[in-house]
Structure formats: structure tokens, C-alpha cells
Write a protein that binds this ligand. Structure first.
Ligand SMILES: CC(C)(COP(=O)(O)OP(=O)(O)OC[C@H]1O[C@@H](n2cnc3c(N)ncnc32)[C@H](O)[C@@H]1OP(=O)(O)O)[C@@H](O)C(=O)NCCC(=O)NCCS
Length: 138
């Protein structure tokens, strides 16, 4: 398994994987993207979205056949290694992200997150389980 940041113009296979996993969003192909590859094909991805008020880790997903092998954690570390600042995210699986060094925040939540919940981005996700989390850059 190899993890790498993909170059502009190379995003199509990763975007297709995101679509398969239900994690794609408008503009995903233009955001910085990291992929985990096996045999030259993407088996996992994660994106970093730059909002006016924060950086957000988005679209973390791993092909079901490759889960439970540390692929997602390795993708998070690759992103954090290059992120140009603190990183926020919103998730319904906070235990997973606590294992990756994030902590739940209740105060100082960037306006991006409550604003997103008013859009189709959050459709179908149980909002009462959605936590905003932060990992500060070392
Ligand atoms: C969540 C997901 C990305 C995990 O991918 P993965 O490659 O299997 O995760 P890893 O193997 O790196 O797991 C790292 C650790 O997190 C734990 N973990 C994995 N999935 C978890 C979950 N859903 N909840 C809590 N902990 C989880 C693992 O047990 C492992 O712990 P360990 O190191 O103590 O053994 C993957 O299941 C997935 O793609 N799910 C669908 C998309 C999704 O929910 N994305 C997150 C959106 S916010």
C-alpha cells in the first residue's frame, strides 16, 4: 500500500471511489487529495478543504475490502503532515478520530460547520450525532 498526494488532473479515480462510498461533494476534484493505492488503484482517500475560517478534513473513506488495516489512520497522518494549520472536521464516528489525535470541541466551532448543516451536504446524516473535532498542528 502506498499513500501519496495526487497531482492536479489525476483526481478522477479517487473521486470515483468517493462517489462509490457516498463521500463525494461538489469541488472535491479541486481540493488537495491524498490516496492510498494498492496495485496502482485507489483503495482509500481523504481531502482537505479550505474554508474562509478553517481547514476541514473531508471525504475520508476506505474500500470495504481494505478496512481494518490502518489505511484510514495512515491517510489522516499524511494529510496532517502537510496541512498548513489546525484541522477541523465533522463526524458521526468521533471515537475513530480520537484515535487519530482529534478531540471534540463544543466552543469556538467555526461558522462553516453550523452553516453546512443547513445545506444538502448534511442530508441523510443524523445531525444529533454529528460532532465537530479539532486537531492542532504540532
Ligand atoms: C471509518 C473508515 C474510514 C475507517 O477506515 P479503516 O482503514 O478501516 O480504519 P483503520 O484501519 O485505519 O482504523 C484505525 C483505528 O480506528 C478504529 N476504527 C475503525 N473504524 C472505526 C469506527 N467506525 N468507529 C470507531 N473506531 C473505528 C480501528 O479499530 C482502529 O483501531 P486500532 O488502531 O485500535 O486497531 C472506514 O470504515 C470507512 O471508509 N467508512 C465509511 C466512510 C466513513 O464513515 N468515513 C468517515 C466519515 S466522517
Amino acid at each position: 500500500m502506498r499513500i501519496r498526494k495526487i497531482r492536479p488532473g489525476e483526481a478522477a479515480p479517487a473521486v470515483e471511489l468517493a462517489r462509490t462510498l457516498g463521500l463525494d461533494y461538489p469541488g472535491l476534484e479541486s481540493d488537495p487529495l491524498w490516496v492510498a493505492e494498492e496495485g496502482g488503484r485507489p483503495i482509500g482517500l481523504v481531502a482537505l478543504k479550505k474554508h474562509p475560517d478553517c481547514l476541514e478534513l473531508c471525504a475520508l473513506g476506505v474500500d470495504p475490502d481494505f478496512r481494518g488495516k490502518g489505511v484510514a489512520r495512515a491517510l489522516v497522518e499524511a494529510l496532517m503532515d502537510k496541512a498548513p494549520g489546525d484541522v477541523h472536521l465533522a463526524t458521526i464516528i468521533p471515537r475513530f478520530f480520537e484515535g487519530c489525535g482529534f478531540h471534540i470541541i463544543k466552543d469556538a466551532i467555526p461558522a462553516t460547520f453550523p452553516a453546512k448543516r443547513e445545506t444538502s451536504w448534511c442530508e441523510g446524516c443524523p445531525q444529533e450525532r454529528c460532532m465537530v473535532m479539532l486537531r492542532t498542528r504540532q
